[in-house]
Write a protein that binds this ligand. Sequence first.
Ligand code: CP
Length: 296
Amino acid sequence: MPHPSPSLIEVADFTPSQIQSLFQAALECQKNPEALRFPQKTFALLFFEPSTRTRFSFETASARLGVHPLVLDGVQGTSLEKGESIEDTVMNIAAMKPEAIVIRCGDSVDLCSLQKATGLPMVNAGWGRRAHPTQALLDALTLQMQGRDLRKEKLLVVGDVKHSRVVSSHVQLSQKLGYEIAFSGPKEFLPEAGLRFEKLQVGLEWATAVMALRVQHERHAQSYSVATYREQYGIDLKKMKSWKGDKVLLHPGPVNFGVELDADVSQDPRCLILQQVSWGVSLRQALLAQILAKKA
Ligand code: CP
């Protein structure tokens, strides 16, 4: 009997119980990273846009599974420089029959059509402004692995919400896993819909978990002042001192230290940024293992 597609293009591709099974598998991967081995298999990791955490975590996950990752890291040195399109590049790599394609690309690529055209499982590793499902999943996993009940979480996302693919995926994931989500930031950074707090302090009183986002300087060069943003929305130890309850701090990275976060917040035990990175490897390892198991 054919398996359903094990691809992950959007969080909406998975049911809540599939997500919880994935989390359980990620926990097993964290406990015993080399229990599952798939020698002589390959994954294509195609990063048409810059990445540190996501690319390295998929590479680490592949290594722990005994799988050989074939990595395309940027355009330089590839036939994209000669005018080949991303779609053609992907189709040619798919013809080499990797077990799956992990891809980071811009909005202009139609990932759903491309997945169908290749006939291979595809994992979205960051798709323009549209979606970054493995990031949202690893964030939720990080909270759950702190012993927190996601159905009681109120996640306040602070900053450049409008341009964030992580937020799009969290909006979908919050509906699957039952946590609440709200946004805080300057008016021009906020989306049209959803619970919004222009004043950070009011949002902080509502929240149980805070996720700061990178201010995308490239999009706001004219319209925003670092000093004003930092004063109104930046998170520092002084502000964290007044946090009540067991509020924690997340950030998907990369961080602009000195803008959305002060460097010293990394030392605070409520700052879970490096736990996010660590759980990101396990989550991606579990996802890749699931793809290999379904294909077997
Ligand atoms: N969070 C995230 O996607 O980081 P990278 O761009 O470094 O992969």
